[in-house]
Design a protein around this ligand. Structure first.
Ligand SMILES: Cc1cc2nc3c(=O)[nH]c(=O)nc-3n(C[C@H](O)[C@H](O)[C@H](O)COP(=O)(O)OP(=O)(O)OC[C@H]3O[C@@H](n4cnc5c(N)ncnc54)[C@H](O)[C@@H]3O)c2cc1C
Length: 494
């Protein structure tokens, strides 16, 4: 048996933010991580590292990272005011996001980023992926001009170092299995360390151990038939165990339990993410493509919005197609604009000098229908509207089903390229209900369960149907801090 003031389950971004916040209040903190050291860090470790926080000026960004004054002045840094952040989050979640949780997320996002810097995290402008030169000036788009240095892996490494330095004890290969609960208070967790049972007693427990995205049985049960076939973009350790433990003692389920973040992903990617090559399977340049299925037909509006606002819902559309695959088709005009992963390793790709040749090469695609789809699409492109990939350019293809709302270019300049994709699941939206001010988990009567807190992917009620890119890490940051501070405050009162 081991005893701490606070036990945090998990070692991703949310757990680290909770542990650091609690530790800074002077309480003793243990972190339990199911994975071994090499595999630790959860989905956070796989994250690209973009973070969506509220800011209205470059000075706000300069509080988070050093930006020389001339660079600050000569760049259009875009903006993400609290109002813009609300608009985006409410729009993509079809106005279902919980008002209290979303207000906390948005209004505490900037101060969270500044705090994260004090904990050793480093940020850099995201020049490569989120900016372009427009009329001679660099312009950011998509509302997140900063990214974590070294991506999610860099973030986890930096925060782990700080946690160790501050005396947080981390127990690897220690999988929490159930909560110690006397019917009123949570007093710790039961865990298994390398197969041996061990109990961690604590005045407060923070569950920050992810959703159920890596569990094919739960995916099928809650997301629906076919979801067991999705590839997992991140860790194999998020099996829904934290949710199970909490529900077992009467926590209130909350949010979009059939919802998930899922993207177009390399068709032959492995079952789970590979941290050293976590970016290889990304296929986020589809707004410049037409996506076609086995029947040779388009099935989504590829250019409905920047990928930041559609990628998380389009994975599900790919999963619905025959054989759970599709092809993203480009021509030479847009090839230089594709993200670098398209030129990387382990890519399912076909290249041809004519569309007929490409149609013959595309495994499992109805060639005559594909050629007809391209002919109809080419004829529908509004060529009098100028193309500009840095704004929603309104260059559309209409009179066809589905329309393409932006960035429509005719497919007519060889070589033509087609990239095979399937569905990659990132995380699940269903979770438990928490108090937005303390992070405490609520019971079925909406009363707080003494001693139990939750953060990160485990919090239900924030995301419904869709997700604005860069919000997962910020949600873990904000609610990790809320839960860590809430747990430490409860320890001090006990
Ligand atoms: C490929 C990829 C790219 C992404 N890119 C971005 C991005 O650029 N920006 C962004 O904001 N978001 C991104 N995300 C989403 C983001 O990573 C997650 O939303 C976020 O990291 C979740 O943080 P978390 O701490 O809640 O969970 P996780 O980081 O997944 O941590 C969960 C932890 O719990 C542990 N665990 C699980 N079960 C147990 C148990 N029973 N006992 C003990 N430990 C357990 C796991 O091992 C892990 O350490 C990306 C995700 C993926 C997969």
């Amino acid at each position: 048996m081991k005893k701490f003031d606070v036990v945090v389950v998990g070692k991703g971004n949310a757990a680290l933010c909770a542990a650091l916040s609690a530790r800074d209040q002077g309480v003793s903190v243990a972190m339990l991580e199911a994975a071994n050291v090499e595999e630790s860090g959860g989905n956070s470790r796989f994250a690209g590292g973009v973070m969506r926080f509220a800011y209205s000026s470059v000075e706000d960004l300069q509080q988070i990272t050093d930006i020389p004054d001339d660079e600050a002045k000569n760049t259009d840094w875009d903006s993400n005011t609290t109002d813009e952040f609300y608009d985006d989050l409410y729009r993509v979640t079809s106005f279902r996001t919980d008002p209290n949780l979303s207000e906390t997320l948005i209004t505490k996002s900037h101060e969270g980023m500044v705090w994260l810097r004090t904990q050793g995290a480093k940020f850099v402008p995201n020049y490569g992926a989120q900016s372009a030169i427009v009329n001679g000036k660099r312009k950011f788009f998509g509302r997140f001009p900063l990214t974590v240095n070294g991506g999610g892996a860099g973030l986890v490494e930096d925060l782990t170092r700080t946690a160790e330095k501050k005396g947080v004890e981390i127990f690897y290969e220690t999988r929490a299995t159930s909560l110690l609960y006397d019917g009123k208070h949570v007093g710790g967790v039961r865990a298994k360390h390398k197969g041996e049972p061990v109990e961690f007693h604590a005045s407060a427990v923070v569950l920050a151990c992810g959703g159920f995205e890596a569990n094919p049985e739960w995916r099928t049960r809650y997301l629906g038939p076919g979801w067991e076939l999705a590839k997992v973009r991140g860790t194999r350790h998020n099996l829904g165990e934290g949710l199970k433990m909490a529900l077992e003692i009467g926590a209130c389920p909350y949010g979009n339990w059939s919802g998930r973040h899922a993207v177009s992903w390399e068709r032959h990617a492995p079952e789970f993410g590979v941290v050293e090559r976590s970016h290889d399977p990304y296929r986020h340049s589809y707004p410049l493509s037409i996506m076609i299925n086995a029947e040779g037909r388009r099935f989504v509006d590829e250019g409905q919005d920047f990928y930041n606002y559609t990628y998380a819902k389009y994975g599900a559309e790919v999963l619905k197609q025959t054989g759970q695959y599709a092809y993203q088709v480009f021509d030479a005009k847009v090839r230089p604009l594709l993200k670098k992963e398209y030129g990387g390793r382990n890519v399912t790709k076909f290249v041809a000098n004519t569309l007929e040749e490409l149609a013959d090469k595309l495994e499992g695609v109805d060639a005559p229908t594909f050629l007809k789809t391209v002919r109809e699409y080419n004829a529908a492109v509004k060529q009098n509207v100028p193309f500009n990939h840095a704004v929603r350019d309104g260059r559309c293809a209409v009179g066809i089903e589905p329309v393409k709302s932006n960035w429509a270019n005719t497919l007519d300049m060889p070589p033509f390229e087609a990239y095979g994709v399937t569905c990659g699941i990132t995380f699940t939206f269903g979770g438990v209900r928490i108090n937005h001010e303390t992070g405490q988990v609520l019971d079925l009567g909406y009363e707080p369960i003494p001693g139990l807190y939750a953060a990160g992917e485990m919090v239900g009620g924030i995301f419904y149907f869709n997700y604005p890119a860069g919000t997962g890490l910020v949600s873990g940051l904000v609610f990790g801090r809320v839960a860590g501070n809430g747990a430490a405050a409860a320890v001090k009162l006990s």
